[in-house]
Design a protein around this ligand. Sequence first.
Ligand code: SF4
Ligand code: SF4
Length: 501
Amino acid sequence: MYSDLYKGGVFISNPYPIDDVGIKKTTLPNKVILPLNERMTEKATPCVKVGDLVLTGQVIASNDDFNSVPIHATVSGQVTAIDDHLIPHKSGFKTQCITIQSDGKDEWVKDENSTKDYWKYPQSLLIEKIHYAGIVGMGGAGFPTHIKLGLSQNCSTIIVNGTECEPGIMCDDALMQNYPSQVIKGVEILLHICGAERAIIAIENDKPDAYNSLLINNNNDRISIAHVPTKYTSGSEKLLTKTILDKEIPSGDFAIDVGIVCLNVATVKAIFDIIIEGKPLVSRIVTVTGSGVSKPYNYEARLGSSFEDIVSLSSPNKLKHDVRMGGMMMGIDVPSTDVPISKTCNCIFINNRVAKDTARECIRCGSCNQACPVGLLPQQLYWYSKSEKTDKAVEYSLFDCIECACCSYVCPSNIPLVEYFSFAKALHRNTSEEKRKANIARERFEYREFRLERNKTERAQMMEAKKKAIKEKMAKEKSQKDKITKAMERVNTNKKNKINE
Ligand code: SF4
Ligand code: SF4
């Protein structure tokens, strides 16, 4: 058990607990809608067209950019559309998606290059296979896993993050209870890929069943399983590293920069699926919870199936709902349940719509300062963000804010602090970008002025030189003329003198 090594954070118990944290496998969806750009990756280009027949696990879109991951068909069937569709984004954003009508057979593409005996293969080949499988960080960040692993050579420790990001989310707990041997094998694959000495699987201390399941299945003495305090936000990469290893990750750096690879437990299971089973990422476990459903639960759903497909299994009531992807603290509000499940969708909150408490004046109680797990001063950040003095907010480490919303949660005045910080960051980025553009425009203008001035001076000097040359030429010609005239006069004088003689 690790002690509480960082200050701040908040203790929030699961508002909608359930007795058995299981997983229901959903039936195959009739159709799936697969966006061409997942979070944090470049847009992929379709390699299928409308009418094509596809198999489950077949690549249907990809991109030459190494930072992107391919997109796979998540059911077998026929491509029926490639067009814009609403995706889970708070802006109500539409993006190009591929729609596949399922044939109900779920026929899989064959894995031609089995890597079951993974220890025989070089790390680079396994990383390539993980890239091909389209695996990204499934804890919510969505960072492509092959890039992280590509940077992981000579790292000392792997941390497998089995702490749920937020209260109410149960998908990682369910995964560890239901797939413990796969998680352990996935960690062994990672030890081989990264060459790390050890791996630590971190689990919150209110999840004894997940802890015991992994313990029973672990026979590898390089893998340990650790209980960490159940405190929000223990699951953040920096805070987990601090809690487990008592190691600080400097501002602006990531765990990988200090020789630690930190991966979510669902990402590790996805690595097992591709390396051992030859299956790319086509499904994920999603928690459905909130005040608007009477049966919160976890579902293993195909990517691209709609929120509605699985929300309907949790007995939603008939009231009006707010829909949120991710947790109650850091999740994002989405416009409806008619959006597809993505790789980073760990939870769908369905909440009865209620009037929000209005924000009041700050009473300078300092609660937000105590709650901040990163050691920032949210009260100060609030004043500077509110008055749009973003340079000052940056001086107070605005960009170290992980937007965990602990400060907003404890604020007795209901001030949506995290929204101010998110706005201030965007404003500062825009202002910096505008300043950068303005600087470039000013530099161009000044250079143009300098160039025009230089041309003018050069032209004037040239004209002066020309004038001088003409003058000199004329003077020379005149002197020559004078010489000739004088010579002629001398000749004539001589002639006259000779005649007179
Ligand atoms: S949202 Fe930012 S300022 Fe507020 S508690 Fe979290 S890290 Fe601190
Ligand atoms: S918690 Fe709210 S009221 Fe208290 S100091 Fe922070 S912003 Fe002000």
